[in-house]
Design a protein around this ligand. Sequence first.
Ligand code: BGC
Ligand code: NOJ
Length: 812
Amino acid sequence: MRYGYFDDANREYVITRPDTPLPWINYLGMQDYFSLISNTAGGYAFYQDARLRRITRYRYNNVPLDMGGRYIYLRDSASGEFWSPTWMPTRHNAEDYSCRHGLGYSLIGSTYRGIRADVRYFVPLDAPLEIWDLTLENLSRTPRRLSLFSSVEFCLWEALDDATNFQRNLNIGEVEVEGSVIYHKTEYRERRNHFAYFACSEPLEGFETQRDAFLGPYRGWENPQAVESDQTTHSLSVGWYPVGVHHLRLTLAPKTKQRVIFLLGYHENLPDWKFSPHDTMNVNKRTLVPIIQKYLDHQEVDQAFEALRSSWDERLGVLQVQTPVEHVDRMVNIWNAYQCMVTFNLSRSASYFESGIGRGMGFRDSNQDLLGFVQMVPDRARQRILDLAATQLENGGAYHQYQPLTKRGNDAVGGNFNDDPAWLVLSTAAYLKETGDWGILEEAVPFENQSGTESPLLEHLQRCIQYTLDRIGPHRLPLIGRADWNDCLNLNTFSDQPGESFQTTTNRDGNVAESVVIAALFIMAAKELAQIMSHLGRVEESDQLQGRAEDMAETIKRYGWDGEWFLRAYDHFGRLIGSKRNKEGQIFIEPQGLCTMAGVGVKEGAAKKALKAVNRHLATDHGILLLQPAYSQYYLHLGEISSYPPGYKENASIFCHTNPWVMIAEAILGNGDQALDYYLRINPSEREAISDLHRCEPYVYAQTIAGIDGPSFGEAKNSWLTGTAAWNFVGITQWILGIRPDYEGLRVEPVLPSGWDGFTAKRKFRGVNYQIDVRRKGRGKKIALTVDGQPIEGTLIPSPSGDKVTVKVTIG
Ligand code: BGC
Ligand code: NOJ
């Protein structure tokens, strides 16, 4: 069953009934101001950092689901009836409800008793605020007198403190109201130089800023007393729960429209002139007034919206494909790319499954995300690499996570995830391949943000490699530390205390447990750095790195191979994990994909065997499982992985992030059909038809799909902020379609599925437009390229002189 449909021409997903299985959300904002918005206008906003600068409040795990957001109420003065055009929170059965989630905006609207209401929510490109652009239309034959109420609940900035420290927080709330603007200025009197505001384009009948005055005692958002009685009291919040509510009265003649604009924004003042008049506690509004004036203007709003739309034309224009499969085109051309940008912006910080409090920007996560967005925003990718590198420790290791506001490594989470450093090499390699900007390697970057420790980025990369070489275990495989890519394979944790963090507890010395996954990543990273060194003319270092990679490949063949597939790890006691000799957890997906990607056993046939084993033991109709058999109980020596019930999360769900590694591995072995088949099993658009089972949004990937051992096999969870986005984008575009940036130019090397005649693509690469046309001419796999009519050797297109190139590829 479906809850809507794709409108590809408009790049929107249109939800046609509000009661989706879970809130189906969208993100507004690209730079500093961000909002989560659900299909019924639930969600919250923050400035830069979802924990430290939370603008509006949101209660996770609330009932009813998804209560709290950016709500509008309409009240018919004649009947006294009131409703919300976004369905929540009043849940009236309006006609023609629809929510169009687009790229950086959401349009939600419905018709109730002859009143059409449409709200366009978006964040303009160049101001830290969100616009609610409401259009009301009287479709009936009689004039209608309406009351209109807006509502938001302010958060007192620090989201964790806001949710816990009531003895203080219920005393500090402060607001100010001037004209049609409500200012939320809690803590502005002391150390904050920022405040939030909620403006309205129309004169007010009244307002409320005290939540209890608006809702009334023991009432909820579904029937606020002020709305029911059509009375507002002009409450001024001091302490308790500050809210922003505008109260308007309007009369709409038959068949007429009226537009009302609301702005919810964030503003900072210089500390020296925060107040005006100087000797008061009143907010100085001088620099804000022009911003409010600008965005309350209808034309300006329309222009800002158009600018937002065209910014996406440009970003997505970097790669557009036309293939025989609509699910491929729709994801590559629109939604997968969009999701990659959202993971760039937010890493794993704020979604409906990430509270915005616990996790900021992950080191491993953000480096991987970069693989999916670098082509759209190379400048920002560059900065991201430098920011990440600046949190690296002098020993080459990394803070696992940093706060976006401070860009400082988070001590509470710490380091010792021994795979982390390898990802910095892989992301920098992807950046170099996309841009050819070799200068980045000379950028001076500090360690741990300590000034005085600056060294060229290249040295950071060398230390990443050295970090692994300095931590080698008894089988000459890399030591795993706290965990590797799989945060839940905690081989040194040995935690038996409830509530202890699996990721920060270490009860064993860590000198034995080893990871085949880190070994594979090391090979990939060392080979990239070898190529980088060779480009720089540093042949000796390049050869040395290549040698290290080869040694590690030999080690994997010797100690990381189980006979039919690659092993996963050695535990603290030196015992095998991911072996047929285990009772549970005999085979894991990660090393099969990653070792093949690292080239281990590709020539000798081991990789082929491993992928066959994946197909036999792990592949299901809903995607490829992380491991089998699932762990049936908690094992002290394995940690969090065995804490989950079988079929969920790291314990044998379809952990979507890992599936593209197998797709890429299949493509490397030339199996286009198998690669595409795996791709489509987890493709959200392909799964739209089973929305009732899948439950998450059909336009973006989720982190997991419940595995075969779970009672809800096929149900997705943790949508949006997942490395699944970047890796699927890489898997389909670079490996199956084969359009792959390389150090010395663009490579085109498709692994064409047998059912396809071909496909076409447009790719902007280093300032040149490539028009790519791939055709099948026979059953074979031989690839031949012509560039502007001239045949070339191989699949790497030499740097063209002009700004347009036609590439014809024949396969057969
Ligand atoms: C999750 C992992 C995640 C980790 C991050 C665990 O609870 O299962 O997927 O990487 O938390 O801290
Ligand atoms: C989610 C985390 O964000 C990611 O870093 C990790 O690799 C996976 N979970 C697997 O545990």
